[in-house]
Design a protein around this ligand. Structure first.
Ligand SMILES: NC(=O)c1ccc[n+]([C@@H]2O[C@H](COP(=O)([O-])OP(=O)(O)OC[C@H]3O[C@@H](n4cnc5c(N)ncnc54)[C@H](O)[C@@H]3O)[C@@H](O)[C@H]2O)c1
Length: 380
């Protein structure tokens, strides 16, 4: 067993999800590498110490630069806001560390390209946590599409709906509210929510060539926690776009934080010549499938409970018995297991930085189209 010392930056939502994944992967997957929770890093000493203790990290740092300099760290894992991804990733690659970052890759394509160049120059393994690819039902959708069961694909439709920023009293900026601050997040729902939908879409249905978008900021000013003043809001509260895929299919996407009643409604539907599939994060273990080639009297939507552990359903042979489902956190465990397997086999685990840059470029094109009102070609 080869030990792989991890240095994690950020102890929030993703810091906890990543910690759990590093701890669990070897318990359920047969792997030659084993992550060691070496050091966690965040700026507040009291908080990061408490987190390191509860999540099982051996030590902690309060400055990410110290973590990057440490000789006993093999992998830097970035679970901090988007505005620090690029600087940390570039420094980590230059120090010869493997680099993992949560999504979106960066604030924009310019930073994303810098990150891609840095990891390529250093020749270090790298990966972005677009975890939905590793929800078994979504992975099954990929297998079904790759087997050609849908035939020619005509439509791809996706939504990611939330409602947590509707209140005009909600401040922007700082701990927990950095997503509303354009200087920390880079964009609003485009980079936060649509980025997930776009990564899944490109993985399942291929590249996006051009987009036409409509973005809106419903609440124009909010109190800023860092400046102590009411400041203009620079993020997109809602983002809708239509697009052309390179395979000739049409895409329609919507993300918002103003859909009252929805907390994290991520859904997609794909319509092909012979068959359609749809998936809903709220029923993450189910894949809906309709096949027109079925016998007429039995034709209808099938609801596949993706829990077979006999080998038919991706990842499920590592878990419980048929009929028992797994959850959100398992997609991160799968991603760690795949990354470690990739180190073993030499196969690049996707999405790497270069692959995640494609999604970043689509996000940039959406924001640009939202401003100009014009169709925008996606940079490749
Ligand atoms: N894959 C997913 O499903 C998913 C879900 C949520 C968030 N994310 C992404 O994960 C990243 C983190 O999001 P989150 O929800 O965990 O945020 P969070 O606000 O819960 O936690 C952010 C953490 O980063 C730390 N931090 C901030 N600036 C820092 C700095 N300069 N140095 C060290 N630590 C710093 C904070 O102290 C905090 O611990 C973001 O890029 C976000 O887009 C991905």
């Amino acid at each position: 067993m080869k030990k792989l010392n991890i240095g994690l930056i950020g102890y929030g939502f993703m810091g906890r999800a990543h910690s759990n994944a590093f701890r669990q992967a070897n318990h359920f997957f047969d792997l030659k590498y084993q992550p060691v929770l070496k050091a966690a890093c965040a700026r507040n000493e009291e908080n990061v110490r408490a987190f390191a203790n509860s999540a099982g990290w051996e030590s902690y740092e309060t400055d990410w630069r110290k973590l990057v300099e440490r000789d006993d760290i093999d992998v830097i894992d970035i679970a901090a806001p988007n505005n620090v991804h690029c600087e940390i990733a570039v420094a980590a690659a230059a120090a010869g560390k493997m680099v993992l970052t949560d999504k979106p890759l960066a604030m924009n394509g310019i930073e994303g390209r810098e990150m891609v160049e840095a990891v390529k120059k250093a020749g270090v393994p790298n990966m972005v946590w677009y975890n939905y690819r590793r929800v078994p039902a979504v992975t099954l959708a990929k297998q079904i599409i790759d087997e050609g069961k849908l035939g020619r694909i005509y439509h791809y439709r996706a939504n990611f709906l939330q409602d947590w920023t509707i209140s005009t009293d909600l401040p922007q900026g700082g701990q927990a509210l950095w997503r509303l601050d354009v200087n920390a997040a880079g964009s609003g729902v485009t980079g936060d929510l649509l980025a997930h939908c776009i990564d899944t879409a490109i993985w399942l249905n291929g590249g996006i060539s051009r987009v036409s978008a409509r973005t809106e900021t419903f609440v124009k000013e909010r109190f800023h926690n860092l400046t102590g003043k009411v400041e203009p809001v620079g993020i997109d509260d809602a983002s809708l776009f239509m697009c052309d895929f390179a395979n000739g299919s049409l895409g329609l996407f919507e993300a918002t934080r103003y859909a009252r009643g929805h907390k994290a409604l991520y859904t997609f539907e794909i319509n092909g010549q012979h068959a359609s599939i749809k998936w809903d994060l709220h029923d993450a273990h189910r894949l809906e499938y309709f096949d027109h080639r079925d016998e007429g009297k039995l034709r209808g939507w099938r609801s596949i409970h993706v829990s077979d552990n006999g080998g038919d359903h991706p990842y499920m042979d590592h878990w419980w018995v048929p009929g028992l489902q797994i959850g959100f956190e398992h997609s991160f465990i799968h991603q760690v297991a795949d990354f470690l397997k990739g180190l073993e086999t030499g196969e690049v685990t996707q999405p790497d930085f270069e692959n995640a840059l494609i999604t970043q470029n689509v996000c940039d094109a959406i924001l640009s189209s939202g401003k100009s009102g014009q169709w925008v070609q996606v940079e490749n």
